[in-house]
Design a protein around this ligand. Structure first.
Ligand code: ATP
Ligand code: MN
Length: 478
């Protein structure tokens, strides 16, 4: 057999007369003659023509949807429509059979819910192939974006003994026996006997550690898994998701917004440049789906149109105070159509409000900034007014919050009094406070939820469909 070539390469470069081998999984086999083979390198299949009179019958019988095969032969110009070239098979090797009576994927469109139940096989569908190729591209783009700008990729810990951020949303990590937990004299869990000799959790964010890195390396970013034990059953929350958290020294809130907007546009552009076939497929798929919806529920833009729109326009930058004014004057608020009606300045914004601002009012991505300090975290920098902090959230159409960030409080005294207000024990945070004691400087950063970004660029509706093996309440399959 000749050397294996990937189908993506062959489609682009293959010339009639060449001898090649392709390997992959059979999508369809028609008339005992035409195999559609997919190897995951691209959405398109390679057509392989079998001369069934000169091929062993046992081999012909084994070529069923889902079987893994290698086919060797000559590249020829395709007689049929839809492809430039095909392969005239000389030999076919069967690697793995797929019993057609048992193989769950048929050559028809399956529902996403069903495919979630067979997440171990859904990679083999066009839709999930496209999603996971795009997911790869987007993560590569993120590394490239930061690397090109001189940021260092920093690995923040996944097991953490600090719980300043997570309050109540953290997964505990322990090697203590759950059915016989050692207790102290006061009846508390005796963590001294636990693996780390203290209570530990899975991280909810790498930010605090990234700050330590930034205050020496100037510009760092993390890109790792984060965990939240929140009991949310929404289409935007996972218990395990990936987060990108840049942290930049000598940077204020505006620089931070600029960095975030540049990064989001860079990722979109990269995917447009490198995954066009997959995007076209998903765009098409979405348009089919939209047709079955009533008019008023259809989205105003097709997928690629939406991505292009996002690239071509500046994000709208609006202060929280202005956003509250808009929301209080809005129809759904006045008619009490919101589940949480906005009564006054200081109210926390829910997804319904964020989506109103993005989808109905501004009709473009929005950056909200300067939030009331009482609804934000202790480390965000207090503004001159003493009421708001230098926070910024980026809101995207169809999704809501995609990024949360802030300028950090670099002034030790202000930080300490904020921690006191919010009951965050100083002793446990001394390592964090040391950066403010020694050589503190203005700095800022943000967290991008990777899966929410993938939702946006793929146009998928449910976050469980853009990560290979979703974890959510009641489910940690595979
Ligand atoms: P939300 O209000 O949507 O729950 P959050 O305010 O809890 O978000 P942050 O703590 O600011 O979010 O986290 C930064 C980013 O991480 C968010 O902007 C979002 O993109 C993403 N994110 C947060 N929680 C989840 C989750 N459970 N699953 C997936 N992505 C998440
Ligand atoms: Mn949340």
């Amino acid at each position: 057999m000749s050397k294996r070539v990937k189908i993506k390469h062959l489609i682009k470069e293959g010339q009639p007369g060449e001898k090649v081998t392709v390997s992959g999984w059979v999508r369809t086999f028609r008339q005992n003659r035409f195999i559609s083979l997919n190897d995951g390198s691209c959405l398109s299949n390679m057509q392989i023509v079998v001369d069934f009179e000169n091929m062993e019958e046992s081999i012909i019988k084994s070529i069923t949807t889902g079987a893994a095969i290698s086919a060797s032969g000559e590249v020829v110009e395709s007689q049929g429509r839809g492809q430039r070239i095909e392969i005239q098979a000389e030999t076919i090797e069967i690697h793995g059979l797929a019993d057609p009576d048992k193989y769950p994927l048929q050559a028809k469109r399956h529902g996403l819910e069903f495919l979630r139940e067979i997440a171990h096989l859904r990679f083999r569908t066009n839709t999930f192939g496209a999603i996971f190729r795009i997911r790869h591209s987007a993560s590569f783009a993120i590394h490239k974006f930061f690397n090109d700008r001189g940021f260092y990729y920093m690995h923040s810990p996944i097991l953490t003994g600090s719980d300043a951020e997570g309050a109540g949303e953290m997964f505990q990590v322990t090697t203590l026996p759950l059915n016989d937990v050692p207790k102290t004299e006061d009846g508390e869990v005796d963590y001294k006997q636990d693996f780390f000799e203290k209570a530990t959790n899975l991280t909810v964010s790498g930010q605090l550690e990234a700050e330590l890195g930034a205050l020496a390396l100037s510009e760092v970013y993390t890109f790792g898994p984060t965990f939240r034990a929140e009991n949310s059953h929404t289409s935007r929350h996972l218990a395990e998701f990936w987060m990108i958290e840049p942290e930049v020294a000598f940077c204020d809130l505006e620089d931070n917004m600029n960095l975030a907007e540049d990064m989001l546009k860079y990722i979109i552009q990269y995917v447009m440049d490198h995954n066009r076939e997959d995007l076209d497929f998903l765009d098409n798929r979405l348009q089919q789906e939209e047709k079955s919806k009533p008019q008023h529920q259809r989205s105003p833009m097709a997928l690629i149109e939406k991505l292009e729109f996002c690239l071509a326009n500046d994000f709208e930058r609006v202060s929280y105070t202005e956003a509250i004014r808009i929301l209080m004057n809005s129809k759904p608020n006045k008619k009490k159509k919101f589940q949480f009606v906005i009564e006054e300045w200081g109210a926390d914004l829910h997804s319904e409000h964020e989506r109103f601002l993005v989808e109905k009012h501004f009709k473009k991505p929005v950056i909200l900034y300067d939030y009331p300090k009482d609804i934000k975290s202790f480390y965000m920098r207090l503004n001159e007014d003493g009421k708001t902090v230098g926070a910024m959230d980026i809101l995207f159409p169809g999704i809501g919050e995609i990024i949360g960030g802030s300028q950090r409080e670099e002034r030790l005294d202000v930080l300490l009094s904020r921690m006191k207000e919010m009951d965050i024990p100083e002793e446990e945070m001394s390592w964090y406070l040391d950066t403010r004691r020694f050589g503190t400087c203005p700095h800022a950063g943000y967290g991008l939820g990777f899966e929410r970004m993938i939702l946006f660029v793929t146009g998928m509706a449910n976050i469980r469909d853009v990560i290979p093996f979703p974890r959510y309440p009641g489910s940690a399959e595979f």
